[in-house]
Design a protein around this ligand. Structure first.
Ligand SMILES: *[C@@H]1O[C@H](CO)[C@@H](O)[C@H](O)[C@H]1NC(C)=O
Ligand SMILES: [Zn+2]
Length: 305
């Protein structure tokens, strides 16, 4: 905040109006006077809208909706050789649309166009969405567009044109080898504009396991970067993916913009306003609970005899 204030002060004294595009708060410097999230409204009017993302999900207030059945994933198991790019805001992997999601009350099939990440600093809080106020160390977004569209820009003209899957991460002691192709490529894309080939991987390996996918939150929101277009059907999975602290730390340690480490690449939480958050409502019943319940039932039926 100090740097921001001083630079704004100097800029106004010197009557400098230099536009360096939008950025995260951590990316602002006197040399790079970019628009931080509180100023995105000046970059794109939608950023001040009433249905913005990300949000804090309050689990006590979600509406359980049993019609939110598990999504169907097609092509998610196919191996692909993508390329990863540092674009100055994130690292992004382009996809060709051959992986498709449907079901779970989506009104059409949506094809995957790209995925990217939001992270913190050395594995500290860095997700965009939070659950009951808890921020996770990282969040991945897999951006899908309605099958009939060719580009994300085209799909954004449709209020339900885009479907994003949000995947949260949690740190653990062990490396997650499924993420090796991505983690290994980070050192090759240190600076904006750098692109590197990825080792072969599947989208399936990057998201929660089949049974863990049935618990998710659903709400209508926006892109979390300018132009903040309100055309996104959000699906945020409740169950996080486990990565080691070391793996998570590499994002904030290996990636740079303007010579500064890329850290805290998330937009602050936006007001829910009059929106509802829905929950798929299919909890996995833990085995221990089932044992207690069945033991109780057996005891009860014995008493009746
Ligand atoms: C990455 O980008 C930097 C800065 O533009 C450039 O100097 C460097 O050569 C690039 N590295 C590769 C491997 O392309
Ligand atoms: Zn994102």
């Amino acid at each position: 905040m100090g740097t921001l204030y001083l630079c704004v002060l100097f800029a106004s004294l010197l009557r400098i109006t230099q536009c360096a595009g939008w950025c995260y708060k951590s990316q602002f410097s006197c040399e790079n006077k970019c628009s931080v999230p509180s100023q995105w409204l000046g970059v794109a009017q939608s950023c001040g809208g009433k249905s913005q993302s990300p949000i804090n999900i309050i689990t006590k207030k979600v509406t359980i909706r049993s019609t939110l059945t598990p999504l169907k994933f097609n092509g998610y198991q196919d191996l692909f050789h993508g390329s990863i790019t540092n674009n100055g805001h994130t690292v992004k992997v382009g996809l060709n649309g051959s992986a498709v999601i449907s079901g779970g009350e989506l009104e059409a099939s949506y094809k995957a166009m790209e995925f990217h990440f939001h992270w913190g600093k050395k594995g500290g809080p860095g997700s965009e969405h939070s659950i009951d106020g808890e921020k996770y160390p990282m969040e991945m977004h897999i951006v899908h567009i309605k099958d009939k569209y060719k580009t994300v820009a085209e799909a954004l003209q449709d209020p339900s044109g885009v479907a994003v899957l949000g995947i949260l991460y949690k740190d653990t002691g062990n490396n997650n080898q499924k993420y090796d192709p991505i983690i290994k490529a980070l050192a090759n894309v240190r600076h904006p504009g750098n692109t590197s080939a990825l080792g072969s991987l599947t989208l399936d390996a990057l998201i929660p396991t089949l049974e863990a996918r049935s618990q998710y939150f659903r709400y209508m929101g926006s892109l979390t970067t300018p132009n903040c277009t309100e055309a996104v059907i959000w699906t945020v999975f409740e169950n996080p993916i486990l990565l080691s602290k070391a793996q998570l730390s590499l994002f904030s340690e290996l990636l740079f913009r303007n010579g500064m480490p890329m850290v805290d690449t998330f937009r602050p939480i936006q007001p829910l306003n009059d929106r509802k958050v829905f929950y798929s409502g299919s909890h996995i019943v833990p085995v221990s609970t089932m044992l207690v319940v069945s033991t109780a039932l057996i005891t009860f039926s014995n008493l009746l005899e």
